[in-house]
Design a protein around this ligand. Structure first.
Ligand code: FAD
Ligand code: EPU
Length: 335
């Protein structure tokens, strides 16, 4: 375990916010976590890659999860179950899986952050969510110090949602995640962008490697690289509204895009709402929305968390006034 005092958190969050931690622990084993249990019980902030947080002020104590490792738990001719240390970098695990022709997570290539955070918001991209592969999540119960294992059904996964954002919020330190991958992968190319990218490359029968490459190409074009421009991916969730509300909006805005979201509901792209509200590419001081993807709020260099939060609130107000839709933040705001 590594312990440091008065540390800038700029390198520990992809927004690049220069907040400070009075104390920072970097834990590499389950024993390290057990050792600092009182620190966690006192409300320390747990971070993986810091790619889904907005630090709105300085923080007392931060614990960075650096528990690595990869173990095969079970396999047969069809599937393989692997336990990944929660501090493993998500994209590296995707790359490793694709290299071994283990399918299931290739559509989620290039999502920043760690394996351990993936189940928290049930990460997803290009038609696939991590819940489709999760067998279980192993964690230390911060209250009791016990090691526990939660199966996928008990994780209550939803769109960018799970039990870890509700009943278990601030109560767990995730140490590893078991994923079941397929040795006979069936590719998922239903997302329009992926389909078009493959067609553009003349690929008719794509492998998981082709899908991986297509997703990397699309994302590199559309999303800002946090190393060059601070951001935390989509700042808001795509809102789900009732059919009645949607039909009312279609009357006023015939071009409004939508996806089915179960009986009686429609999902509307937040990026479209934000663009219509006049915020696409808008810069306000040190912050703004990205020029090609307004759902991504960016830090042009020296923004602090409060400035980004102020822009987010302004976007929420204008979108609400225009469409009567309340945008919900996807990024975790650290007060
Ligand atoms: P962090 O930001 O470090 O933490 C996120 C939350 O989880 C915090 O509340 C933290 O306290 C908690 N936490 C982290 N680790 C643990 C642990 N071990 N135990 C308990 N609690 C923990 N997300 C998507 O779903 N799809 C995308 O396509 C996508 N694209 C993105 C693109 C960019 C450019 C960026 C910057 C972000 C994107 N994201 C996307 C968001 C982000 O990458 C994911 O949410 C990712 O899973 C966060 O991982 P992390 O390790 O960085 O988590
Ligand atoms: N759009 C606009 N203007 C724009 C950009 C997009 O109107 O400038 C509209 C278009 O109608 C477009 C639609 O928004 O078809 C969807 O855009 P995109 O395919 O870029 O996806 P998204 O809905 O904005 C979601 C996820 C991303 C994920 C992608 C791909 C959420 C909140 N975001 O974005 O996840 O990578 O789909 O699956 O669900 C994240 O969670 O951080 C994230 C980046």
């Amino acid at each position: 375990m590594i312990v440091e005092q008065d540390v800038s958190l700029k390198a520990y969050n992809t927004f690049g916010i220069d907040a400070t931690a009075k104390k920072l622990y970097r834990v590499q084993t389950i024993e390290d976590v057990q050792e600092i249990l009182p620190v966690l019980q006192n409300g320390a902030l747990v971070l993986g890659g810091g790619s889904n947080v907005l630090l709105s002020s300085d923080v007392d104590v931060v614990v960075i999860n650096e528990i690595t490792g990869k173990h095969i738990i079970a396999q047969d001719e069809r599937n393989i179950t692997i336990e990944f240390g929660a501090g493993e970098v998500w994209h590296n695990c995707v790359e490793w899986a694709v290299l071994h022709n283990y399918g299931g997570i290739e559509n989620m290539a290039l999502i920043p952050g760690t394996i351990g955070a993936a189940p928290i918001q049930n990460i997803g991209a290009y038609g696939v969510e991590v819940e489709s592969c999760v067998v279980s999540v192993l964690y230390i119960d911060i209250t009791s110090g016990e090691v526990k294992e939660l199966d996928a059904a008990s994780c209550k996964f939803g769109y960018r949602d799970s039990i870890f954002k509700h009943e278990l919020k601030h109560r767990v330190f995730i140490t590893s995640v078991k994923l079941k991958l397929s040795k006979q992968p069936i590719v998922s190319t239903t997302y329009k962008d992926v389909e078009q990218e493959l067609l553009k490359s003349g690929i008719i029968h794509p492998t998981i490697h082709d899908v991986f490459t297509a997703v990397v190409q699309i994302r590199s074009r559309k999303l800002p690289n946090p190393k060059q421009l601070g951001n935390a991916g989509s700042f808001f969730k795509n809102p789900v509204i009732s059919i009645e509300h949607f039909e009312e909006l279609v009357g006023k805005y015939p071009a409004i895009p939508s996806y089915n979201a179960g009986d009686g509901f429609k999902k509307v792209p937040a990026a479209w709402l934000i663009e219509q509200a006049g915020f696409k590419g808008k810069q306000v001081g040190n912050t703004g929305t990205h020029v090609t993807q307004p759902l991504v709020l960016v830090n042009y260099g020296n923004a602090n968390g409060r400035e980004i939060l102020a822009l987010a609130s302004e976007i929420q107000s204008v979108v609400y006034r225009t469409f009567a839709i309340q945008l919900e933040m996807e990024v975790n705001i650290i007060q």
